[in-house]
Write a protein that binds this ligand. Structure first.
Ligand SMILES: [Zn+2]
Length: 316
Protein backbone atom coordinates (compact mmCIF):
# COMPACT_ATOMS: atom_id res chain seq x y z
CA UNK A 1 0.00 0.00 0.00
CA UNK A 2 1.14 3.52 -0.79
CA UNK A 3 1.01 5.92 2.17
CA UNK A 4 0.84 9.60 1.26
CA UNK A 5 1.98 10.62 4.76
CA UNK A 6 5.23 8.76 4.22
CA UNK A 7 5.71 10.29 0.78
CA UNK A 8 4.92 13.87 1.85
CA UNK A 9 5.45 14.16 5.61
CA UNK A 10 5.79 17.97 5.59
CA UNK A 11 3.24 18.99 2.97
CA UNK A 12 1.64 21.78 5.05
CA UNK A 13 5.00 23.31 5.75
CA UNK A 14 5.88 23.11 2.07
CA UNK A 15 2.64 24.71 1.00
CA UNK A 16 3.14 27.66 3.36
CA UNK A 17 6.70 27.99 2.15
CA UNK A 18 5.69 28.34 -1.51
CA UNK A 19 2.80 30.68 -0.63
CA UNK A 20 5.31 33.03 0.99
CA UNK A 21 7.69 32.92 -1.96
CA UNK A 22 4.94 33.51 -4.51
CA UNK A 23 3.13 36.34 -2.71
CA UNK A 24 5.36 39.01 -4.26
CA UNK A 25 4.24 38.10 -7.80
CA UNK A 26 0.59 38.94 -7.12
CA UNK A 27 -1.20 42.22 -6.47
CA UNK A 28 -4.58 42.13 -4.73
CA UNK A 29 -4.81 38.40 -5.41
CA UNK A 30 -4.24 38.84 -9.17
CA UNK A 31 -1.11 38.05 -11.18
CA UNK A 32 1.13 41.12 -11.50
CA UNK A 33 1.47 41.65 -15.30
CA UNK A 34 5.14 42.45 -14.85
CA UNK A 35 5.81 38.77 -14.10
CA UNK A 36 3.19 36.99 -16.24
CA UNK A 37 2.47 36.39 -19.93
CA UNK A 38 -0.24 34.78 -22.09
CA UNK A 39 0.19 31.43 -23.83
CA UNK A 40 -1.66 29.11 -26.20
CA UNK A 41 -2.23 25.37 -25.68
CA UNK A 42 1.14 23.57 -25.53
CA UNK A 43 -0.14 20.66 -27.58
CA UNK A 44 -2.36 22.03 -30.33
CA UNK A 45 -1.67 25.78 -30.26
CA UNK A 46 -5.35 26.61 -29.86
CA UNK A 47 -6.52 29.61 -27.83
CA UNK A 48 -10.05 28.24 -27.52
CA UNK A 49 -11.01 27.46 -23.95
CA UNK A 50 -13.64 25.01 -22.72
CA UNK A 51 -13.46 25.98 -19.07
CA UNK A 52 -11.29 27.93 -16.65
CA UNK A 53 -10.70 27.71 -12.91
CA UNK A 54 -8.42 29.46 -10.44
CA UNK A 55 -6.60 27.51 -7.76
CA UNK A 56 -4.09 29.16 -5.41
CA UNK A 57 -4.31 32.37 -7.50
CA UNK A 58 -3.23 30.67 -10.74
CA UNK A 59 -5.84 30.55 -13.50
CA UNK A 60 -5.95 27.21 -15.29
CA UNK A 61 -7.73 26.81 -18.61
CA UNK A 62 -8.88 23.64 -20.37
CA UNK A 63 -8.24 23.54 -24.11
CA UNK A 64 -11.49 23.15 -26.01
CA UNK A 65 -9.73 21.22 -28.73
CA UNK A 66 -7.50 18.68 -26.95
CA UNK A 67 -8.52 18.90 -23.24
CA UNK A 68 -5.04 19.79 -22.00
CA UNK A 69 -5.15 22.03 -18.91
CA UNK A 70 -2.59 24.85 -18.73
CA UNK A 71 -1.84 27.89 -16.63
CA UNK A 72 -2.78 31.13 -18.40
CA UNK A 73 -1.41 33.68 -17.81
CA UNK A 74 1.75 31.84 -16.84
CA UNK A 75 4.93 33.06 -15.19
CA UNK A 76 7.52 34.48 -17.57
CA UNK A 77 10.32 31.99 -18.10
CA UNK A 78 12.93 34.17 -16.33
CA UNK A 79 10.88 34.06 -13.12
CA UNK A 80 10.63 30.28 -13.20
CA UNK A 81 14.32 29.84 -13.99
CA UNK A 82 15.19 31.86 -10.90
CA UNK A 83 12.73 29.91 -8.80
CA UNK A 84 14.35 26.58 -9.71
CA UNK A 85 17.91 27.78 -9.53
CA UNK A 86 17.93 29.69 -6.29
CA UNK A 87 17.58 28.73 -2.68
CA UNK A 88 13.79 28.59 -3.05
CA UNK A 89 13.73 25.29 -4.86
CA UNK A 90 16.47 23.91 -2.66
CA UNK A 91 14.05 24.27 0.25
CA UNK A 92 11.58 22.18 -1.72
CA UNK A 93 14.05 19.31 -1.66
CA UNK A 94 14.91 19.83 1.99
CA UNK A 95 11.32 20.05 3.22
CA UNK A 96 9.52 17.70 0.87
CA UNK A 97 11.82 15.06 -0.47
CA UNK A 98 14.76 14.42 1.84
CA UNK A 99 12.64 13.41 4.86
CA UNK A 100 11.01 10.72 2.71
CA UNK A 101 14.00 9.74 0.57
CA UNK A 102 14.29 6.19 1.95
CA UNK A 103 10.55 5.50 1.47
CA UNK A 104 10.66 7.02 -2.00
CA UNK A 105 13.57 4.78 -2.88
CA UNK A 106 12.52 1.48 -1.38
CA UNK A 107 8.81 1.66 -2.27
CA UNK A 108 8.31 4.02 -5.22
CA UNK A 109 11.63 3.89 -7.06
CA UNK A 110 11.85 0.09 -6.92
CA UNK A 111 8.42 -0.17 -8.60
CA UNK A 112 9.45 2.33 -11.25
CA UNK A 113 12.60 0.34 -11.94
CA UNK A 114 10.73 -2.95 -12.23
CA UNK A 115 8.27 -1.55 -14.76
CA UNK A 116 11.02 -0.21 -16.99
CA UNK A 117 13.37 -3.17 -16.61
CA UNK A 118 10.46 -5.41 -17.63
CA UNK A 119 10.95 -4.17 -21.20
CA UNK A 120 14.59 -5.32 -21.30
CA UNK A 121 16.32 -8.64 -20.84
CA UNK A 122 19.63 -7.05 -19.83
CA UNK A 123 20.89 -3.84 -18.29
CA UNK A 124 21.83 -0.88 -20.49
CA UNK A 125 22.42 2.85 -20.47
CA UNK A 126 19.88 5.10 -18.75
CA UNK A 127 19.55 8.89 -18.71
CA UNK A 128 17.37 10.52 -16.03
CA UNK A 129 16.41 14.08 -17.03
CA UNK A 130 15.56 16.10 -13.93
CA UNK A 131 17.03 13.40 -11.72
CA UNK A 132 16.30 15.28 -8.48
CA UNK A 133 17.81 13.58 -5.45
CA UNK A 134 18.73 10.52 -7.52
CA UNK A 135 16.70 7.84 -5.77
CA UNK A 136 15.28 6.33 -8.98
CA UNK A 137 18.63 6.32 -10.76
CA UNK A 138 20.29 4.74 -7.73
CA UNK A 139 18.06 1.67 -8.09
CA UNK A 140 19.13 1.30 -11.73
CA UNK A 141 22.74 1.57 -10.60
CA UNK A 142 22.27 -1.22 -8.06
CA UNK A 143 20.95 -3.41 -10.86
CA UNK A 144 24.05 -2.86 -12.97
CA UNK A 145 22.84 -0.15 -15.34
CA UNK A 146 25.17 2.53 -16.71
CA UNK A 147 23.54 5.66 -15.22
CA UNK A 148 23.65 9.35 -16.00
CA UNK A 149 21.48 12.14 -14.58
CA UNK A 150 20.89 15.77 -15.49
CA UNK A 151 19.72 18.01 -12.67
CA UNK A 152 19.37 21.79 -12.86
CA UNK A 153 19.29 22.42 -9.11
CA UNK A 154 22.82 22.42 -7.70
CA UNK A 155 21.83 21.25 -4.22
CA UNK A 156 19.92 18.24 -5.57
CA UNK A 157 22.72 17.37 -8.02
CA UNK A 158 25.32 17.41 -5.24
CA UNK A 159 23.09 15.46 -2.85
CA UNK A 160 22.60 12.65 -5.36
CA UNK A 161 26.32 12.51 -6.15
CA UNK A 162 27.20 12.24 -2.48
CA UNK A 163 24.43 9.97 -1.22
CA UNK A 164 24.26 7.55 -4.15
CA UNK A 165 27.66 8.12 -5.89
CA UNK A 166 25.84 8.89 -9.14
CA UNK A 167 27.12 10.53 -12.31
CA UNK A 168 25.02 13.72 -12.37
CA UNK A 169 25.51 16.76 -14.60
CA UNK A 170 24.39 19.97 -12.91
CA UNK A 171 22.95 21.76 -15.95
CA UNK A 172 19.84 22.32 -18.02
CA UNK A 173 18.85 19.70 -20.59
CA UNK A 174 19.05 22.55 -23.12
CA UNK A 175 22.81 22.69 -22.45
CA UNK A 176 23.36 18.94 -22.71
CA UNK A 177 25.23 18.38 -25.98
CA UNK A 178 26.15 14.79 -26.50
CA UNK A 179 26.56 12.24 -29.25
CA UNK A 180 25.93 9.56 -26.64
CA UNK A 181 22.84 7.35 -27.09
CA UNK A 182 20.74 5.81 -24.33
CA UNK A 183 18.59 2.68 -24.01
CA UNK A 184 16.26 4.36 -21.52
CA UNK A 185 15.50 8.05 -21.08
CA UNK A 186 13.16 8.91 -18.22
CA UNK A 187 11.47 12.08 -16.98
CA UNK A 188 9.63 11.67 -13.69
CA UNK A 189 7.44 14.71 -13.08
CA UNK A 190 9.53 16.93 -15.33
CA UNK A 191 7.88 17.59 -18.71
CA UNK A 192 5.07 19.66 -17.16
CA UNK A 193 7.64 22.25 -16.05
CA UNK A 194 8.98 23.11 -19.52
CA UNK A 195 7.83 26.09 -21.58
CA UNK A 196 8.62 24.25 -24.82
CA UNK A 197 7.96 20.55 -24.16
CA UNK A 198 8.16 19.76 -27.88
CA UNK A 199 11.80 20.93 -27.95
CA UNK A 200 12.59 18.56 -25.08
CA UNK A 201 10.86 15.63 -26.78
CA UNK A 202 12.71 16.33 -30.04
CA UNK A 203 16.01 16.39 -28.19
CA UNK A 204 15.20 13.11 -26.43
CA UNK A 205 14.44 11.55 -29.80
CA UNK A 206 18.03 12.28 -30.87
CA UNK A 207 19.50 10.89 -27.64
CA UNK A 208 17.50 7.64 -27.60
CA UNK A 209 18.68 4.43 -29.26
CA UNK A 210 16.42 3.26 -32.08
CA UNK A 211 15.12 0.40 -29.94
CA UNK A 212 15.21 2.44 -26.72
CA UNK A 213 12.43 3.29 -24.29
CA UNK A 214 11.16 6.72 -23.23
CA UNK A 215 9.40 6.98 -19.87
CA UNK A 216 7.27 10.04 -19.11
CA UNK A 217 5.33 10.55 -15.91
CA UNK A 218 3.19 13.69 -15.98
CA UNK A 219 0.20 15.10 -14.07
CA UNK A 220 -3.11 14.14 -15.64
CA UNK A 221 -5.74 16.69 -16.67
CA UNK A 222 -8.39 13.95 -16.51
CA UNK A 223 -7.97 12.83 -12.90
CA UNK A 224 -10.61 12.86 -10.20
CA UNK A 225 -8.40 15.28 -8.25
CA UNK A 226 -8.17 17.83 -11.08
CA UNK A 227 -11.85 17.47 -11.98
CA UNK A 228 -12.79 18.07 -8.34
CA UNK A 229 -10.73 21.24 -7.99
CA UNK A 230 -11.76 22.39 -11.46
CA UNK A 231 -15.35 22.25 -10.23
CA UNK A 232 -14.74 23.83 -6.80
CA UNK A 233 -11.70 26.11 -7.32
CA UNK A 234 -10.67 25.30 -3.74
CA UNK A 235 -7.01 25.50 -2.74
CA UNK A 236 -5.10 22.25 -3.16
CA UNK A 237 -1.52 21.41 -2.27
CA UNK A 238 -0.66 18.78 -4.86
CA UNK A 239 -0.62 18.44 -8.67
CA UNK A 240 -2.36 21.75 -9.41
CA UNK A 241 0.67 23.90 -8.65
CA UNK A 242 0.45 26.78 -11.10
CA UNK A 243 3.92 28.17 -10.53
CA UNK A 244 5.64 24.92 -11.47
CA UNK A 245 3.15 22.63 -13.20
CA UNK A 246 2.31 24.90 -16.11
CA UNK A 247 0.44 22.13 -17.93
CA UNK A 248 -1.57 19.03 -16.99
CA UNK A 249 -1.82 16.42 -19.74
CA UNK A 250 -4.95 14.98 -21.25
CA UNK A 251 -4.39 11.47 -22.56
CA UNK A 252 -4.99 12.81 -26.07
CA UNK A 253 -2.51 15.66 -25.53
CA UNK A 254 0.20 13.31 -24.24
CA UNK A 255 -0.21 10.96 -27.20
CA UNK A 256 -0.29 13.75 -29.79
CA UNK A 257 2.74 15.56 -28.37
CA UNK A 258 4.88 12.45 -28.27
CA UNK A 259 3.73 11.31 -31.73
CA UNK A 260 4.60 14.73 -33.17
CA UNK A 261 8.15 14.22 -31.88
CA UNK A 262 8.50 10.77 -33.46
CA UNK A 263 7.35 8.44 -30.68
CA UNK A 264 4.69 5.75 -30.43
CA UNK A 265 3.02 5.00 -27.11
CA UNK A 266 3.26 1.34 -26.16
CA UNK A 267 1.64 1.55 -22.73
CA UNK A 268 0.06 4.37 -20.71
CA UNK A 269 -1.13 3.79 -17.16
CA UNK A 270 -2.61 6.03 -14.54
CA UNK A 271 -1.67 6.13 -10.88
CA UNK A 272 -2.11 8.69 -8.16
CA UNK A 273 -2.92 9.88 -4.70
CA UNK A 274 -6.25 11.52 -5.60
CA UNK A 275 -8.24 9.88 -2.82
CA UNK A 276 -5.58 10.36 -0.20
CA UNK A 277 -5.45 14.07 -0.99
CA UNK A 278 -9.24 14.43 -1.03
CA UNK A 279 -9.47 12.45 2.22
CA UNK A 280 -6.96 14.76 3.90
CA UNK A 281 -8.20 18.09 2.55
CA UNK A 282 -11.93 17.54 2.04
CA UNK A 283 -13.05 14.51 4.07
CA UNK A 284 -11.30 15.15 7.38
CA UNK A 285 -9.54 11.77 7.07
CA UNK A 286 -12.80 9.82 7.22
CA UNK A 287 -11.37 6.95 5.15
CA UNK A 288 -8.65 4.67 6.51
CA UNK A 289 -5.53 3.83 4.53
CA UNK A 290 -6.92 0.53 3.27
CA UNK A 291 -10.10 2.20 1.98
CA UNK A 292 -8.10 4.98 0.37
CA UNK A 293 -5.96 2.47 -1.48
CA UNK A 294 -8.94 0.39 -2.66
CA UNK A 295 -10.76 3.37 -4.14
CA UNK A 296 -7.56 4.70 -5.64
CA UNK A 297 -6.99 1.36 -7.36
CA UNK A 298 -10.41 1.68 -9.02
CA UNK A 299 -9.52 5.15 -10.26
CA UNK A 300 -6.12 4.07 -11.50
CA UNK A 301 -7.66 1.14 -13.35
CA UNK A 302 -10.07 3.51 -15.09
CA UNK A 303 -7.31 6.03 -16.02
CA UNK A 304 -8.49 8.66 -13.55
CA UNK A 305 -5.47 8.80 -11.23
CA UNK A 306 -3.61 12.08 -10.92
CA UNK A 307 -0.51 10.89 -12.80
CA UNK A 308 -0.08 9.41 -16.26
CA UNK A 309 2.87 7.05 -16.67
CA UNK A 310 3.66 6.45 -20.32
CA UNK A 311 6.13 4.14 -22.06
CA UNK A 312 7.11 5.12 -25.61
CA UNK A 313 9.26 3.77 -28.41
CA UNK A 314 10.60 5.56 -31.47
CA UNK A 315 8.41 5.33 -34.53
CA UNK A 316 9.93 3.09 -37.15
ZN1 LIG B 1 -5.04 21.96 -27.09
Amino acid sequence: MIDEKKINPNIDKLHNYFDNILAKYFKDGKPDPEYFEQTACYNCGSHEIANSFTVNQFTHVRCKNCQMVYVNPRFKESIVTNLYNEADYTEFYKIKLIPSIDYRKTVLAEKKYEQIAGYFNKSGKVLDIGSGLGEVLSVFKEHGWDCKGIEFNEFAANYSKEKFSLNILNKSIYDFDSSEKFDVIMLWGVLEHFFKPADILNKIHELLNNDGLLLLEVPSADSVLVRYYERTSKPVDRIIEGDRHIMLFSLRGLIEMTENSGFTPIEIKSNGLDISTLNRLELNNTLNLSQVNKVQQLLDDSMQGDLLRGFFKKKV
